[in-house]
Design a protein around this ligand. Structure first.
Ligand code: SF4
Ligand code: SF4
Length: 108
């Protein structure tokens, strides 16, 4: 599935890659992979959108590893509302029902 920028171009392009969000994320502290951190998700999403490439199903699963607690947004110096990005792109991914099934199957 090739994603469009929709209304979140600004958020994806202003991210300073500082990583404060990552350090505040309980999911990242347990998982340990940068691809699961808010910063990692933003950078990967931006890459695939810019390249107009299909977003890999194995990366979609990471978007379900977030409880939308908002800790990352509270600490982000650029006020990126990451939980809103999560909600928006979960809806995008859900347009292909196969994506939901795979993500939840592997999280269970
Ligand atoms: S805290 Fe904000 S600016 Fe820094 S990496 Fe995270 S999302 Fe990007
Ligand atoms: S909203 Fe998601 S990414 Fe942000 S700190 Fe909470 S669990 Fe981590």
């Amino acid at each position: 599935m090739v994603l469009q920028l929709k209304n979140y171009e600004k958020e994806l392009f202003i991210c300073a890659k500082c990583g404060y969000c990552r350090d505040s994320c309980a999911i990242w502290r347990v998982n340990g992979f940068d691809t699961v951190s808010p910063r990692g998700k933003i950078l990967l999403l931006k890459y695939f959108i810019e390249q107009k490439k299909e977003f890999p199903p194995e990366l979609i699963e990471n978007w379900y590893l977030c409880c939308t607690c908002g800790k990352c947004a509270e600490i982000c110096p650029l006020e990126i509302d990451f939980p809103e990005l999560i909600r928006t792109y979960r809806i995008e991914f859900a347009k292909n029902k196969k994506n939901i099934y795979n993500a939840l199957k592997n999280c269970a």
